[in-house]
Design a protein around this ligand. Structure first.
Ligand code: DX5
Length: 226
């Protein structure tokens, strides 16, 4: 079986918000694969972070791809704002949009890759009728809203079910996991089938810095996937 390519994607949530552009450049130097912007509206989740204008202001500071993790209610109302800000992947929560099939189609028609995220309590069955419309499936291993939370290990059977759904579908869909990913937890997520791992505190709080943290997480995930 060909070795699945591991992607390490930092969440900017723990970054220094007073210098996000420089932080993006630093992440690129550290060897990450893409950058995830955790957009929160204070309604869908009990926290408020950044919007499209802040993301757009950092676009010039890195050549890395941007993904917008929209933890916002009714994301269909602002899709083009995040695409115009420079995000190539738009992640919406199945719990936050009334017409998921239509929303995913809108993202693709706007020229971006469509992705859907599932909160811990949301079953995989919620996306089985839209696998033809997604480029990435995100399994949350924390309840969204804050960084630095504990990895929910009971999500690993769900990650395995997601992998089975993707394999059976025959579509080229990235399986991403986000929440509490660190050197201590990444092997469990990767061995369950995740090939893209999002980390915030597990990267930014690593004692040896971002480059060493990125290399260590990549090594652990690659070993777990092989
Ligand atoms: C939760 C956020 C976090 C963030 C990563 O709403 O989505 O999961 O990306 O934060 P850590 O890696 O610190 O859990």
């Amino acid at each position: 079986m060909t070795q699945e390519r591991v992607r390490i994607v930092p969440s900017v949530l723990p970054a220094d918000f007073s210098r996000l552009g420089a932080e993006c450049a630093h992440l690129e130097e550290a060897g990450v694969d893409r950058i995830q912007w955790d957009v929160m509206d204070g309604v869908f989740v009990p926290n408020l972070t950044m919007g499209p204008d802040i993301i757009a202001s950092c676009r010039k500071d890195t050549s890395l791809g941007f993904e917008a993790h929209l933890m916002i209610q009714d994301p269909e109302n602002s899709l083009s704002r995040y695409i115009d800000a420079g995000c190539e992947i738009i992640i919406v929560h199945v719990e936050a949009t009334r017409h998921l099939h239509r929303t995913l189609g809108q993202i693709r028609s706007l020229g971006a890759k469509a992705a859907v995220a599932l909160n811990p309590s949301t079953p995989i069955s919620e996306v089985e009728n839209v696998v033809d419309l997604i480029d990435l499936l995100l399994i949350m291993t924390v309840n969204p809203g804050f960084g630095g939370q504990k990895y929910i290990k009971t999500m690993e059977p769900k990650i395995r079910s997601a992998k089975e759904l993707i394999t059976k579908s025959g579509f080229d869909i990235e399986l991403e996991v986000d929440g509490g990913i660190s050197s201590a937890t990444i092997s469990g997520a990767a061995s369950s089938g995740a090939n893209t791992l999002v980390a915030g505190s597990g990267l930014f709080n690593h004692p040896e810095g971002l480059r060493a943290a990125t290399a260590e997480l990549r090594k652990l995930a690659t070993e777990a996937l092989s």
